[in-house]
Design a protein around this ligand. Structure first.
Ligand code: TRP
Length: 454
């Protein structure tokens, strides 16, 4: 159904475009994943490498997605079909939709934990718990299916209701409210954290470049983190790009979003590590840091009741603006390709992603014994989407613009048909032709274990 004029919704303002796109990029990846990955990989040194990747690879991939989406005015799959009729490039879009299913399934499960923790903060559920009890609180919670399932469906329902309201009246409207709110909450938490006595240890942990910790695998971690954090490689930004009006400047949008995403990652590190060090805790890794260590800190801190609520609210908001963007990939695909209404497409998408999502929730309890290649369902979806589908998708996306669409078409789209100055085009073309594909090929082969560099 992607032929013929399809009436499409669009983002109404420049701020709306940035809020929605930054909303997609800023998520659990920044607040939960970045601080600990950076901490474990040399802190400041990791940060420098990460920044280089954001600019050399992240922004070019992001610009390529915008270019594809805005010139085609279609969903991730339909865009390739329209721009390359009869060619197998649409496979890239299909892969993106598949990745969206997987990310939606496990990401919503984690987002659901955040709602439980927001609820616990409000009812003062952490009060008087020892570290050990805090630990078992988390594992008991994810270890029995009922509560995580309820929160999973709750989060899915909130995401779906915003999607159903439309691009401008749903996605854009809520991002315009939620993103400034996220920023304020984050700044409040940073101020609290860095003014705690003993916070210096955390600051140097995050910023002091320890180049001795940099190895080949650190470099790959930085690249993977950049992909996941910027929401690139699966057509989220093709879909959002298709809602950007022709008068907007794609180059400056990509640049602002990349800066905002990086800033939030650094601020999240500044909200978390100084507090961790001030309370003499170990910078624990992964889910533990946010769901076990932080409640522990809040409980001991002056005004901790309010800071706990602020933090889990922040995390929920960040996750929500990201799940919206992932679900939208699927909704736009069904709606345009099956020719059905947004409402029906949303319901269909929710049913299908929930089936997969239920398994990710159960993989921490009743189905924890079910493994494929030694990975639980949650781990498998996490691994396959981030380590296989995103890099492969990113690779195909830049190759498509560089070698199929061509420099002139890209220039036309990026310059709004010659109206904007686009001095960066030579750098962009070099990045999509050489730097990005080579670097991505490297992470991809390493991710699959086909080559080993450490
Ligand atoms: N970038 C988001 C985060 O950091 C997650 C996300 C949203 C994402 N859309 C995506 C990741 C598309 C990869 C691809 O939490």
């Amino acid at each position: 159904m992607s032929e013929g004029p399809v009436k499409r919704d669009f983002f109404g303002s420049r701020f709306g475009v940035i809020a929605a796109t930054a909303g997609s990029a800023i998520g659990l990846g920044n607040i939960w994943r970045f601080p600990y990955v950076a901490g474990e990989n040399g802190g400041g040194a990791f940060l420098i490498i990460y920044l280089v990747f954001v600019f050399l690879i992240g922004i070019p991939v992001m610009l390529s997605e915008f270019t594809i989406g805005r010139s085609a005015q279609r969903n991730a799959f339909g865009s390739f079909k329209k721009l390359a009729p009869g060619k197998p490039w649409y496979f890239t879009g299909l892969m993106g939709v598949a990745a969206a299913f997987m990310i939606m399934a496990f990401y919503t499960a984690v987002a659901g934990w955040t709602l439980e923790y927001l609820y616990q903060s409000v009812i003062n559920g952490f009060s008087g718990l020892s570290s050990a009890q805090m630990n078992s609180m988390f594992y008991d919670f994810i270890g029995s299916p009922l509560r995580p399932l309820v929160w999973f469906f709750g989060f899915m329902a909130i995401t779906a209701s915003i999607i159903m309201a439309g691009v401008q009246k749903g996605i854009e409207k809520y991002n315009k409210i939620l993103m400034p709110m996220l920023f304020v909450l984050l700044v409040v938490l940073v101020v609290r954290s860095v003014t705690l006595p003993g916070s210096m240890g955390g600051i140097s942990f995050l910023f002091k470049p320890d180049f001795s910790k940099i190895t080949a695998s650190t470099i790959l971690e930085a690249l993977g983190q950049a992909f996941f954090s910027l929401s690139i490689g699966m057509g989220t930004l093709i879909t959002y790009g298709s809602y950007i009006q022709k008068k907007e400047n794609l180059g400056s949008t990509a640049f602002s979003v990349a800066i905002a995403d990086t800033l939030v990652a650094v601020l999240a590190g500044l909200a978390i590590f100084p507090a961790v060090f001030a309370f003499d805790l170990v910078p624990n890794s992964g889910e533990g840091l946010v769901y076990i260590t932080l409640p522990n800190i809040f409980q001991q801190m002056q005004g901790g009741y309010f800071f706990a609520i602020a933090f889990f609210l922040l995390l929920s908001v960040a996750a929500l603006t990201s799940t919206i963007s992932v679900l939208e990939v699927i909704v736009a695909f069904f709606s345009e390709e099956l020719g059905i209404k947004r409402r029906q497409a949303t319901m269909l998408s929710v049913v299908l992603t929930s089936i997969l999502g239920v398994f990710t929730v159960l993989s921490f309890n009743s189905m924890s014994g079910v493994t494929v290649f030694g990975l639980t369902i949650f781990e498998l979806l996490n691994f396959t989407s981030a380590n296989i589908l995103l890099p492969l998708g990113g690779f195909l996306i830049v190759m498509f613009v560089a070698w199929y669409m061509g420099k002139e078409n890209a220039r036309k789209e990026l310059s709004n048909n010659g109206k904007l100055k686009v001095k960066y085009i030579p750098f962009y073309v070099f990045a999509v032709k050489f730097i990005a594909p080579l670097a991505i090929a490297f992470i991809f082969l390493q991710g699959l274990g086909l080559i080993h560099f450490s």
